[in-house]
Design a protein around this ligand. Sequence first.
Ligand SMILES: [Zn+2]
Length: 195
Amino acid sequence: MSDSKLTHRLLGVIENDILPLTLRGVSGGNKVFGAAILRKDDLSLVIAGTNDETSNPLWHGEVHTLKQFYELPDAPPTKELLFLSTHEPCTMCMSAITWAGFDNYFYFFSHEDSRDSFAIPHDLKIMKELYGLEPGGYRRQNAFFTARSIIDMAVAADEPERSDFLQRIDAIRDRYALASDTYQSHKGETKIPLG
Ligand SMILES: [Zn+2]
């Protein structure tokens, strides 16, 4: 599987499968974080999901997607699957992905983006307060998984794919910026503990 093909597909799943669910979730007061699970062999979608913290503050996009994945009648073994997270997972979610047996995850926005562009500083704050880690201080490559930035993969692609990816990335950023404005303007109205 080439990185170029993988990048193309991961961006497509964000654009077409996760974002529509997230826009609906945000209109109900939930955060903008979403996730999806794909098969490694043909990159087909197994399931996409989004944050549902208004139901349960543990239903981050990733954990909520995992919950729904395990409710599937024939959930495939996680070793055969890729995990896609729109935002670099928080410590709870990266542990959940680990405990579920995935050996990978791919993310679009970084922890720094969550803090700086989405006004959600909790990922980095928890890493610092609980583990003493500075931004970027956790091990993206370790005995359990390899975590990769989709944007880094796009930037490393050859032309003409690279320019195409960067255009799509800008468009995705714009759509998330609007969704984030919606979330932020209503967040005082929900009971999410870390809003
Ligand atoms: Zn999380």
